[in-house]
Design a binder for this molecule. Sequence first.
Ligand SMILES: Nc1ncnc2c1ncn2[C@@H]1O[C@H](COP(=O)(O)OP(=O)(O)OP(=O)(O)O)[C@@H](O)[C@H]1O
Length: 257
Amino acid sequence: MLTLHQAGFTTTPSIAPLDGTLRPGELLAIVGPNGAGKSTLLSMLSGFRPCEQGELHLDGKRLSDWPISELANRRALVAQQELPGFDWQTFELVSLGSNPSNALIAELLHDLDLIHLAKRSVLSLSGGERQRVMIARGACQLLSRRSPTAKDGGLLLLDEPTSALDIGQQQRLMRQLRTWAERHHMAIVCVLHDLNLAGTYADRVWLLHQGQRIAHGTPAEVLDPQRIAAIYHADITALSHPASHRSGIATWLALAR
Ligand SMILES: Nc1ncnc2c1ncn2[C@@H]1O[C@H](COP(=O)(O)OP(=O)(O)OP(=O)(O)O)[C@@H](O)[C@H]1O
């Protein structure tokens, strides 16, 4: 579990002090316009850029006090458009840096619809396939390195994990992330631009704007159409799903020219 106590950055790019808890079993979406500070915040949550004010505690200990190798057992970051640096086969790249069982590799490849690509060179994969491989690798890092006595499945941080995926794969990935969160008691944080994916699959949403979290809570509380239209300077139409009655935001249906 990761807790934030007035954690932030004072230097550019700044993040205003934040409190909060990233709980095992929960999927948190971080949303906000371009340049709002989402990737910057993810780098703070991962410990790659130590916070400059306040504190972050991971599993009861200050994030900055964890040795790198032990930190890697507890949190994994999949950055935007990470590229494989070498001509590995898919299954090799997924297991890189950890020592997973063949069963775990096969399970993760199956989970992300990659099993038919297990022996393919990662350099030959499409953008969307490669993106799913990098996500599988992040999950593999946590699941293979966790201590068998650990109470939870660690923290998986994903920066725009659906950016290269078609709509079917986007839904499949988001459903899978929910399954991992529940099955492995993992805390999962996703930076998302698609507010409908955030609204449908996240338990909680943080909305960032100019380095500040301006709203947080359930998707229904945060994704208020008027607030979203104002923050994004977007023409939107709020619709509710005819079956679930869950509200969503239409942009492509209602583009005004
Ligand atoms: N090294 C840096 N020096 C100065 N400014 C930076 C630096 N890195 C990022 N920024 C700026 O900080 C702001 C936040 O960047 P960040 O990448 O966190 O935004 P984001 O919300 O993830 O955006 P996007 O949706 O476009 O990916 C941006 O204005 C960016 O240009």
